[in-house]
Design a binder for this molecule. Structure first.
Ligand code: BGC
Length: 354
């Protein structure tokens, strides 16, 4: 009997909470929609955002969508229905949230595209990100300098691995790097031995490590029996990790020797930083997710307080020029780990096995 009464009270309380949202607490609720828990960075983005929004007096509804665009759509719709006053979204597929964005607009809920631009819909209020084209340029320039393309005789062999075609950022990263390297490919100083050099051929659905690895294994098996690979331009760390696994088989297990290639990445994921320490990934690009989370909280506060929202750029999403704030990506290699990642408190030395 007592159990039954307690059960009834609990149910009634839960129903009340669900109905009122956070009206009782007097706090405004922000919906934060992240793509996946599978990649390290989104866990950090989500955690920082939760911390920083809570510290600024908000309630946070943080959801991860398991890299499924339809799950993300229903999560965002639930956020709208449950009383969120503002939405922060890192989209899985840049164009697939239109119906939710329209619903948000009907309820006058501002939407911030987080890291990845929401495309093909006018109901995107602001965009907070890093300079994604610049990320690619940093990677491309690194390869150019490491191989000394302006002075060395060459030719050098290179392969490319890019990101998820549904992620609007992936093209920016690839183009940023390719635009730096194209003149050397055109002149024959850089040779893409597989012949795969357009974005569609080198893209990696879901930025998957396993997919990047099996593609790299195929490329190595079919093209590099008697050739060395001088560079592998990877757009981010999760794909670089797959490529490094494939290179490990070619250069270490098979003992065929040769110079380990220059391998690029982005994010400074722990696994990749360890690979940098081991000399298997040559560089990464550090995008301090604390900075992006802070910027997003600032934007939300400015929007909700009717203040001028600070931006430093605009991005066209095929429907409007979205006012944007671009944070600065930072080059990272083995020698800068201590300063950029440990001294700044981003990682503990023990996280990196140091
Ligand atoms: C982000 C990268 C990340 C990639 C895979 C991109 O949209 O900008 O930092 O590596 O998604 O999660």
């Amino acid at each position: 009997m007592l159990k039954k009464i307690l059960g009834t009270i609990l149910c009634a309380t839960m129903a009340f909470v669900a109905f009122t949202g956070c009206a009782g607490s007097g706090k405004k609720k922000v919906g934060v929609s992240m793509p996946t828990k599978d990649l390290q960075r989104w866990n950090q983005d989500g955690d920082y955002m939760k911390q920083k929004f809570e510290a600024a007096g908000f309630e946070v509804d943080l959801q991860y969508a398991g890299n499924k665009a339809d799950t993300q759509l229903s999560q965002v719709e639930n956020m709208i229905n449950s009383g969120c006053k503002v939405l922060v979204i890192a989209a899985i597929e840049s164009s697939s949230l239109g119906t939710a964005l329209d619903k948000a607009a009907a309820k006058k809920i501002p939407v911030i595209a987080y890291d990845r631009l929401l495309m093909d819909n006018e109901n995107v209020s602001y965009y907070a990100t890093f300079d994604n084209y610049k990320v690619g340029q940093i990677q491309g320039n690194f390869v150019k300098e490491k191989l000394d393309l302006d002075n060395a005789a060459g030719p050098f062999n290179i392969e490319f691995t890019a990101g998820d075609p549904g992620d609007n950022n992936a093209g920016f990263f690839f183009n940023g790097a390719y635009d730096v390297l194209k003149p050397y490919i055109d002149s024959g100083k850089l040779v893409v031995v597989s012949g795969q050099k357009d974005f569609a051929s080198v893209a990696t659905p879901e930025w998957s490590t396993a997919t990047a690895q099996s593609r790299a294994e195929n490329i190595i098996g079919s093209n590099y029996a008697d050739k060395n690979i001088d560079a592998w331009l990877c757009s981010n760390d999760s794909t670089a990790q797959g490529v490094v696994n494939a290179l490990d088989a070619r250069y270490n297990s098979e003992g065929r020797g040769g110079q380990w290639p220059v391998v690029t990445g982005q994010d400074c994921d722990i696994v990749s930083v360890k690979n940098m320490i081991a000399g298997k990934q040559t560089m990464s690009v550090f995008k301090d997710t604390r900075t992006l989370a802070e910027r997003t909280v600032t934007m939300v506060n400015q929007i909700l307080n009717n203040q001028t929202v600070e931006t430093n750029n605009t991005y066209n999403n095929n429907k409007k020029e979205v006012p944007s704030y671009l944070c600065d990506p930072v080059f990272a290699d083995k020698d800068s780990i201590q300063k950029i990642l440990i001294d700044s408190g981003y990682y503990k030395a023990s996280d990196l096995g140091m």
